[in-house]
Design a protein around this ligand. Structure first.
Ligand SMILES: O=P(O)(O)OC[C@@H](O)[C@@H](O)c1c[nH]c2ccccc12
Length: 261
């Protein structure tokens, strides 16, 4: 069984339990459910750097990345670094995150926040809104074409932007729906954990220009970003490179200064 299969099996159980504890009717009553969201895709279109900085404590591929920082400090540090958006891992079992992390980040900053989660049920999109997200991630490898359509349409109804993640041509072809705002190419193969920026390069031409192109994972150098920009990428999702340091905000700030120099 691949790690992705393991995660989605676990996720289905988790979501069923959450639905019972907090039905959608309760989520809809959350104060944040009424909040005007900020568009991540629009922010990326207007950005000079386009960095989406991530909060990630651990991952199946790397085990512990950082258990010593507070999400509030990380969010404020990223804000001070002028990142374009922040991705908050909300999966607990495999990544050590939580919806509470999203809430804490939301209360700390006002720039666009992405709920980074393995979404396999529309319920999780209501959760994203109730906990203060501006955008959600959908992973093509976990969902059918019908689900991708349904889930992205629901997200837009709730005023959430959609970042749809693909890893190959086949996944890309089932992902080109008008309710998708951003297409993310994950440079990490979620089945083998191999990382190569070649994935972003190879798929760039096949992504129609009405989608904002985002390159995800394994990005750690200014050169990589400059190269990816030449392939039309406007968003760059960076986690570990910042999170492995004692002060992710400071690392992001130094990185962005170098990028703009
Ligand atoms: O830490 P990195 O290599 O910079 O990667 C960040 C981000 O792209 C990665 O965490 C990620 C991309 N897609 C995902 C899907 C689920 C969980 C995590 C991810």
């Amino acid at each position: 069984m691949t790690i992705l299969e393991k995660i989605t099996i676990y996720k289905r159980k988790e979501v069923e339990a959450r639905k019972k504890a907090f039905p959608i009717s309760i989520l809809e009553k959350a104060t944040l459910f009424e909040r005007e969201t900020v568009s991540l895709s629009l922010a990326l279109k207007n950005a000079s750097t386009g960095i989406i900085a991530e909060h990630k404590r651990r991952s199946p591929s790397k085990s512990v990345i950082n258990n010593n920082v507070q999400v509030q400090e990380v969010a404020k540090g990223y804000e001070a670094a002028s990142v374009t958006g922040m991705s908050v891992l909300t999966d607990t079992n495999f990544f050590g995150g939580s919806l509470d992390d999203l809430l804490v980040a939301r209360n700390a900053v006002s720039f666009p926040l992405l709920r980074k989660e393995f979404i396999i049920d529309p319920y999780q999109i209501f959760e994203a809104k109730a906990y203060g997200a501006d955008a959600i991630l959908l992973i093509a490898a976990c969902l059918s074409e019908k689900e991708l359509k349904e889930f992205s349409t629901l997200a837009k109804k709730l005023q959430l932007d959609v970042l749809l993640e693909v890893h190959n041509e086949e996944e890309l072809q089932k992902s080109l729906h008008p309710s998708v705002d951003m297409l993310g190419v994950n440079n990490r193969n979620l089945k083998t954990f191999d990382v190569s920026l070649d994935s972003s390069k190879a798929l760039s031409e096949a992504i129609p220009s009405n989608f904002v192109k985002v390159s995800e994972s394994g990005i750690s150098s200014i050169e990589a970003i400059k190269e990816l920009k030449n392939y039309g990428y406007q968003g760059f999702l960076i986690g570990e490179n910042f999170m492995k340091t004692d002060d992710p905000g400071k690392a992001a700030s130094a990185f962005i200064k170098k990028l703009n120099a």
